[in-house]
Design a protein around this ligand. Structure first.
Ligand code: SF4
Length: 354
């Protein structure tokens, strides 16, 4: 059975939404969404717009009525990123912005650990995720018990935990990091040996830039771990002259042969600053779709994978989430306090570096 989220069958939810909202592609919807369509027209086929536009229009009305703000990760589809999101960014940007929003409801368009991070930083707000099944191969690779076992093996070594983890894992960590600030955090913590979990590739790529000994875990992002140096060589043959940039969740053999490596925000900034005539973003596919409309004159060539977890979020379940105020993210208070401290420690260290 197809589900709109973890609990509601698709047909049932669609019938309720159709009875509650006018989801026809009327002239007034077309006019109201014309500017948005202009931004996404190269990524969203014209034939699909009559389906997306009424949902975008209703979501934007409903979020104001419900005092909600929509946070969207860079890997969300263009119709979400440009159509309904109030704040977009990578994990670090979203974590920082989540702590600053004024609205009483946060709708997190991203995966579950991101919604948990927003809840940690906004314990008094209602945090919703349109589909709580939106997981992450990194987050599911490690448990708090695993972290405690590593602490026992390397007594005194600080634990630097990638934000792509559950709140329970963050709760047994000293400080979090993202792909934007991983090196800065490793350099800032005390000690010559650092436990950096759970992404083995982010850890290996960071280890190449520091004198500290990095101990890691065998986790990996299922989207980035499949890229190889041979893929990059093939891309160079297929697209002569194109710049190739990659996310540091890719294996070191990939990072060694690309023109630039950085977080999603780092890659976006690089493209906007360098303005290469042709670029391949070796990461999740929506990244180049989203940045393409903001980078005229840059030709984006394909060399990407899709994250099935990020793609669980869509306009229908965002509208459903606002309509029903579900699925609410909650975190046990005993876990929330130490997990919040680890996230806050990262934000404090990151602001010092700015
Ligand atoms: S792209 Fe990778 S790290 Fe990001 S949510 Fe998907 S599986 Fe997790």
């Amino acid at each position: 059975m197809q589900m709109i989220n973890a609990v509601t069958p698709l047909e049932e939810a669609r019938a309720i939404l159709a009875n509650s909202y006018d989801l026809r592609f009327t002239k007034s919807v077309q006019r109201a969404t014309a500017k948005i369509y202009d931004q996404v027209k190269d990524q969203v086929p014209e034939v699909e717009w009559p389906f997306f536009a009424p949902l975008i229009s209703q979501i934007n009305t409903l979020k104001r009525e419900k005092d909600a703000v929509i946070l969207a990760h860079n890997y969300q589809t263009p119709q979400i990123y440009h159509g309904v999101a109030d704040i977009v960014g990578d994990s670090l940007q979203l974590a920082i912005e989540a702590g600053r929003v004024k609205q009483s409801v946060i709708v997190q368009c991203g995966v579950h650990f991101m919604a948990e991070t927003s809840k940690l930083l906004n314990p008094d707000k209602t945090v919703l995720i349109p589909d709580s099944r939106a997981g992450c191969s990194l987050a599911s690779s490690i448990t708090p018990e695993d972290v405690l076992a590593m602490r026992a093996q390397y007594p005194g070594a600080p634990v630097v935990t990638y934000v792509n983890t559950s709140a329970a894992v963050k709760a047994v960590s000293d400080v979090c990091c993202t792909s934007s600030n991983a090196l800065d955090i490793v350099e800032a913590v005390k000690g010559d040996t650092v436990i950096m979990i759970p992404d083995q590739y982010l850890a290996q790529n960071t280890a190449k830039k520091t004198k500290k000994k990095i101990v890691t875990w065998a986790g990996a992002c299922e989207v980035h771990e499949t890229f190889t140096a041979a893929d990059i060589a093939e891309l160079r043959l297929s697209y002569p002259g194109a710049k190739i940039i990659a996310h540091p969740e890719c294996p070191p053999e990939v990072i060694d042969v690309v023109d630039f490596s950085g977080s999603t925000a780092g890659m976006i900034n690089w493209v906007k600053t360098k303005k290469p005539p042709k670029v391949v973003m070796v990461t999740e596919c929506s990244m180049s779709d989203n940045v393409a409309s903001e980078s005229p004159g840059v030709s984006f060539l394909r060399g990407c994978n899709i994250c099935p977890h990020m793609k669980r979020i869509n306009l229908e379940n965002i509208l459903w989430s606002l309509h029903t105020t579900t699925e609410e993210v909650t975190i046990d208070a005993k876990i929330a306090a130490p997990a919040r401290a680890a996230v806050q420690a990262m934000i404090d260290m990151s602001s010092k570096g700015d």
